[in-house]
Design a protein around this ligand. Structure first.
Ligand SMILES: [Zn+2]
Length: 331
């Protein structure tokens, strides 16, 4: 929909159908906030989540090259509760954007490096054992990084995901994106079965844990190498830097989810190492960072307009709220 005929547009999705994820995630935020509201020890999370991204201010952006005009989010305020579905979605987009921003430089310095996606699991545990299980996994991972088989790893990003087992157990696992020296595939090649034993030894368990190791297929060096690496990495980067807990798992079983919240209190779910140590800038997370997370405003002019959309819980939609429009202070 264009700038000029928006009189009838009521909802954010009438302006831009691509903004539907806002309605979806903000709706999930209400659902998860509702679970916290019903638990005395987490009411404060519910209060913060109720205020999360209640008002979004978008600006019209003009792409000089294509002549296309579209709304881009410019301002919002976020709650930063760890399991807030909106915040974890924005954080995931922000981290992905930062990763891709750093990538050209990394590829320039390490043109022959390759990428490997490693998933490390452990047997499901009781949800009440999640904290101690994650401790054990962290120790095991640290041990693994010191093994000689890990030597060709130049840098890595590791995230935690916890899914809910059908029986109400917890399934914590690590997603690890590793940038490796080309020798990883030649003289340092380690078979999948060997990775299972290594992870088993590091975990000090008596069974063979599931380990999945997947090289990312990138083309041989050519002038489009950077493009091809970015394309090839898209799937694994999204998989590594996604949510830690699926919102549908949060709402499936409230006692499971509340116990998960207790078990993961103040725990870091993202770790980075080697030359990828600072690519995500984990400490930097302002409202603007989260708001602009998926913006690629290169060559796009911000005209300073600010159209407000307010969250309507009962309708589960962001609705146009002209009263709260304003002009950008920067303009
Ligand atoms: Zn939030």
């Amino acid at each position: 929909m264009s700038n000029n005929n928006n009189n009838k547009a009521l909802y954010l999705t009438d302006y831009n159908a691509n903004d539907k994820p806002w309605d979806d995630h903000r709706g999930e935020c209400d659902d998860v906030g509702g679970l916290y509201a019903a638990a005395a020890d987490f009411e404060r999370y519910a209060v913060r989540m109720a205020d999360c991204s209640c008002l979004l201010r978008f600006g019209w952006s003009n792409n000089a090259e294509t002549g296309e005009t579209r709304l881009r989010l410019r301002e919002a305020i976020f709650c930063r509760v760890r399991n807030c579905p909106v915040c974890q979605w924005r954080r995931s987009l922000m981290w992905q954007a930062r990763f891709y921003q750093s990538l050209p430089k990394i590829v320039e310095v390490y043109p022959s490096a390759r990428w490997v996606f490693l998933t490390l699991t452990i047997r499901n545990c009781e949800i009440s054992e999640l904290g101690s299980t994650l401790n054990a996994m962290n120790i095991a991972f640290k041990k693994m990084t010191k093994r000689k088989e890990f030597k060709p790893v130049l840098g890595w990003i590791r995230t935690v995901e916890v899914t809910r087992g059908k029986d109400g157990s917890a399934h914590p696992h690590f997603h690890t994106l590793m940038m490796v020296s080309p020798s990883w595939f030649k003289r340092d090649y380690v078979k999948h079965s060997r990775w299972i034993s290594i992870w088993q030894e590091c975990l000090r368990v008596s069974y063979e844990p599931n380990v999945d190791i997947r090289p990312v297929k990138t083309k041989k060096f050519d002038e489009e190498r950077f493009e091809s690496i970015t394309t090839a990495l898209q799937g694994v980067v999204a998989e590594t830097l996604k949510y830690a807990v699926k919102p549908s798992d949060m709402t499936k079983d409230s006692s499971w989810f509340l116990e998960l919240t207790r078990q993961t209190f103040k725990r870091r779910f993202v770790a980075t190492g080697g030359i990828l140590k600072n690519v995500l800038k984990l400490e930097e997370e302002s409202d603007a960072d989260l708001a602009l997370a998926d913006n690629v405003p290169d060559g796009e002019a911000d005209d300073g307009s600010r159209l407000a959309f307010a969250w309507e819980s009962t309708e589960r939609h962001y609705k146009r709220s002209p009263k709260q429009d304003k002009q950008s202070e920067n303009k």
